[in-house]
Each structure stands twice: as structure tokens, then as C-alpha cells.
Write a protein that binds this ligand. Sequence first.
Ligand code: ATP
Ligand code: MG
Ligand code: FE
Length: 350
Amino acid sequence: PLVLGIETSCDETGVGIVRGYSLLADAVASSVDQHARFGGVVPEVASRAHLEAMVPTVHRALDDAGVTLSDVDAIAVTAGPGLAGALLVGVAAAKAYALALDKPLYGVNHLAAHVAVDTLEHGPLPEPAIAMLVSGGHSSLLLVDDLTGDVQPLGATIDDAAGEAFDKVARVLGLPFPGGPPIDKAAREGDPAAIGFPRGLTGPRDLAEHRFDFSFSGLKTAVARWVETRQRAGEPVPVADVAASFQEAVADVLTAKAIDACRKHGVDTLLIGGGVAANSRLRALAADRCDAARIRLRVPRPKLCTDNGAMVAALGSRLVAAGVTPSPLDLPADSSLPVTEVVMAAHEVG
Ligand code: ATP
Ligand code: MG
Ligand code: FE
């Protein structure tokens, strides 16, 4: 079956088309440039941009895949979590297409879709697997027993998301938004051991209790203080060393906790997704540590790690294959949809 997936949870309008495990199209229109001067995504600006980009992006995806709307067998859309107004645009569009084409509609969980996208590159996901999702809005560890219906949260950030920390640290260093790519680049020229930045929630007690929550706000503040101290003393800021040392702290904590989660739950597959999974140091350190721990590591290519429609279509494709009941046509958008709800089921009315 041919599945069309729509993603509008944040600042990317994504439309993907998938048949089975094959990716036929992945059209993305991003409003990221419109948010750059604010240093973060502005919800109203994002919603408006989705509205303008929705139909052209659907047509671009259909063209890229060489199919027409009448070839589509099912529609999948991100129903949450995400920005409420932004989600609504995608959900409304998906309902319209499902109704007009008389095809089933799946309102899916954005985090589960970040996991599902990997199947387009590496095939069926061995289950159980541990998934670590790190982006501008999330930092979560998940136990995936069944991608189409049994996903349990093990931990999440208690303050800033990992990508948010990259964005804020970039700002402190005078680098552009979004901060991940320029920090990644600057870090290549720096020494990751130059400055010992703090590793949040990795104290003896956190480790002994297998605590899978993350904290990045202390790290962000530590970097800002360090840079300020330098500036006040009238000394130059070694941007490359700060970037490399900050990045090392993030990659160290993320990989250590992900591998600990695999060990604790007796799981030998680790999947990393979300925009921060594009980070070169995180990828390299995860590869080294997984090798040492005999864990299979799966990380999709960077374009599939950031928000896109292909991930939603990929999850839709798995749901269709598993015979999961579609969502009702009056499904709501839920900005705080829990990850345990992989697909939005019929809900109580009133
Ligand atoms: P959501 O959190 O809802 O998924 P989002 O738009 O924040 O939304 P993504 O598009 O998946 O999520 O990821 C964007 C984030 O990823 C930004 O914070 C960005 O700085 C970060 N990022 C992108 N590339 C890199 C990189 N090479 N290294 C580190 N972080 C990166
Ligand atoms: Mg984004
Ligand atoms: Fe995302």
C-alpha cells in the first residue's frame, strides 16, 4: 500500500510518500529562516507558514514519487506532541485528503514516527529496541517492544532538550540558529577535553539507580558563565574549544545513558533519532561505545533525523501492515500526546 504522511508539529512542513519500506518522496518546506532572528521557533509564525506550504508540499511529494492522489491507499499525520496550532494545520489537511479520497486516516505520535523512519534506511526494526530521540523539543529514552503499539518511556529531559542546549550555546558563542550544525562544525577545530563542562544527572546515585532522565540546563548555564568570565576579563573566547567541550559533554551523557538503558533492559539494539542525531560527535561516540558493548546501533541519515513527512508515512506504513485500526475522522490534535499512544484511537466525545 502507498501511504502519504504529513508532518507539521514544529517548523517543518513535511510530506512523505512510502510504499512498504521504500521511500518514494520526502518533500520538506521549513520556516526555520523566519524564526532565526528570534532564536527559537515562534508558534504563530510556524502555523501560518504550514498553511501556506501545505498544498504545494503535497504536490511536490506526489511529483517526486511519480504518483497521483488517487494512488494513495492511506493517510498518516502527526497528531502530537508538538505546537498545537501547527499540528492543527496538518491534521486538518490530512482529514480533508482522507475524506476526499475515502481512505483510512492514522493520527500518529511524532516520537514513534522518529523511530519508524529508520526502517526506510535499515529495514525492519529488531524488537525490543531502545530508542533515544534528541531534538529541539525532546530528549527521550524509549523502550520499543512493538513499534505499532507498545512503546514505553524510560526517561526524558527535566529541563532543556538537547537540541535546545545546542541552540542556546550557539547564541552565547555568536553562532547562527539553529545552533547544532555550526557548533558541530566549529567543534571540529577544537579540543573536546579543553574545558570540563558538567554532565547533568550522572552523579553516583543517578547511575546506581539507572536514572534515565536528562538535564541540560546546568550545562548551558555553565557554558554561558565560562564565556562571560572570559569576556569580562577582556580575553578572546576560544569558540572551537568551547563548542567541542560542550558537544563532548552532551554526547557523553546521551550515549552513557542510552547504553545503560540497553544493559538494564537486556536489549541489544539502540536507535538514535531526532535532529541532534545528525551530530557527528554523538554518532562517532555512540558507534564506539555500542561496539564495545556489543549493541547494534541504528542511526538514520541526517536528512531523516530532522522533522520530515517520510517518518510519518513510514509509521503509517507499519500500522497498515500490522492491521492497526485507523483513527476516527474527527481525531483531535494533542500537543502533549504521550508516546504510549502510538496511534490516536477513538476518543471520548464531550
Ligand atoms: P521536535 O523537537 O518537535 O522534533 P525540532 O524542529 O526541534 O522539533 P528537529 O528538526 O528534529 O526537531 O531538530 C532540530 C534540532 O536539532 C535543533 O535544535 C538543532 O540545533 C539540532 N541539530 C541539527 N543538526 C545538529 C547537529 N549536527 N548537531 C547537534 N544538533 C543538531
Ligand atoms: Mg525542526
Ligand atoms: Fe521531531
